[in-house]
Design a protein around this ligand. Structure first.
Ligand SMILES: Nc1ncnc2c1ncn2[C@@H]1O[C@H](COP(=O)(O)OP(=O)(O)OP(=O)(O)O)[C@@H](O)[C@H]1O
Ligand SMILES: [Mg+2]
Length: 328
């Protein structure tokens, strides 16, 4: 068996905030294969960005790795020296962030930025070809433009073109369409998916919108309280969620939020942890809660073709659909 492209094991990351430490990841484990699209979904604060940035050790200085390990393309990310990390980021990783205008340098013409992303002085045909792969026509006009002269959708396509310029093995897209108009989100997601498939890279999409990403992913990882609480194929997880949080995310009305708006459709608020959670982090919002959920930390276990972190998965999966309305 070949090693997975990404292997994150029991990762614990805290942010020092001066007064206290916020435990953003509380034992997150995840493997990502070659040539797949994985969606990581969860409400704001569940730890998606922390997990995504940890893969390239791109976290801010206040972030501390407290435990666990991260291996990406054979590199031990938490222990690698600066040169090994630089090579990993340069040769193997590509990032697409939520807001394309902050990802681009406002003082440089697009042509210069794309050329830099391609490694220096590529021939003009190569630049035009890269842009057309990202479905940007009129490449001459775009290359002469400054970032503020492009629409949000075009700017994000430029960022995507730059992210794939060096043929990364792993593309991490953090809310790639959240700042775009609803009318072009699907198109930008399709472009991203097509480019991934053409290159054979793996794509990780971080998002709060389970329904949107499910249309574009092979597998889904649901995050809550800094852990992956359900992980499986999109079809299996969407048709019959085994974690009550996944179920609540699915029941929640989606699709009517405005661009950039964060949904928080489940009653109650996600936890902000300061130390290891010794119970189920979801217990106080859960319709399936029983005594042990307050006293025993659930561990990941295989369950009906996926992995789930829940004491009550058998009850959740067996509950009638009608009850899902009451989960809310
Ligand atoms: N630089 C930071 N300093 C202190 N706390 C932070 C920092 N970055 C993130 N956190 C905290 O870590 C936790 C996880 O945050 P993270 O940004 O990874 O979540 P997320 O799932 O990406 O959320 P969102 O959907 O809002 O982007 C949250 O409680 C957040 O407040
Ligand atoms: Mg985030």
């Amino acid at each position: 068996m070949t090693a997975p492209l990404v292997d994150i094991a029991d990762l614990v990351i805290g942010y020092d905030t001066g007064m206290r430490q916020v435990r953003a990841l509380d034992g997150a484990s995840l493997r990502i294969d070659e040539d797949e699209t994985l969606a990581i979904v969860g409400e704001s604060g569940s730890g998606k960005t922390t997990l995504g940035m940890a893969a390239g050790r791109l976290l801010p200085p206040e972030a501390k790795v407290i435990g666990g390990s991260i291996h990406v393309a054979g590199v031990d990310v938490t222990r690698a020296d600066d040169e090994a990390l630089r090579r990993l980021r340069h040769d193997k990783l590509g990032f697409v962030f939520q807001n394309p205008t902050t990802a681009l340098d406002p003082t440089l013409r697009i042509g210069r930025q794309v050329a830099l992303a391609m490694g220096g002085r590529p021939p003009p045909e190569a630049i035009a070809e890269l842009l057309s792969r990202a479905e940007l026509n009129e490449s001459e006009r775009i290359l002469r433009a400054f970032p503020h002269e492009l629409s949000g959708g075009m700017a994000q396509r430029v960022v995507i073109a730059m992210a794939i310029a060096r043929r990364p093995h792993l593309l991490i897209a953090d809310e790639p369409t959240a700042s775009l108009d609803a009318s072009i989100r699907e198109k930008v997601m399709s472009t991203l998916g097509r480019l991934r498939a053409e290159s054979g890279a793996s794509l990780v999409i971080l998002s709060h919108d389970l329904r949107m990403v499910a249309r574009h992913a092979d597998r889904v990882a649901v995050m809550y309280g800094g852990r992956i609480v359900e992980l499986g194929s999109v079809t299996r997880v969407m048709q019959a969620p085994a974690h009550p949080y996944t179920r609540a995310l699915l029941t929640a009305a989606a699709g009517n939020e405005r661009p950039g708006e964060r949904l928080c459709p489940i009653p109650g608020t996600p936890p902000i942890l300061e130390s290891r959670c010794e119970a189920c982090a979801y217990a106080d919002r859960c319709a399936f809660r029983e005594t042990r959920c307050d006293t025993e930390r659930p561990e990941a276990r295989p369950f009906l073709g996926r992995e789930v972190v829940c004491h009550r998965a058998e009850a959740v999966i067996g509950a009638p659909t009608q009850a899902r309305q009451e989960d809310r």
